[in-house]
Design a protein. Sequence first.
Length: 32
Amino acid sequence: VLLEKIFTLFDQDCDGILRQDDWIEFLKGRLT
């Protein structure tokens, strides 16, 4: 899944958790 691949790119610590603000801002940038 594309989102899973993108998530993995952001998840540099491999902890499966992203800082939500960064993720939301990224999605906003992609969707607008």
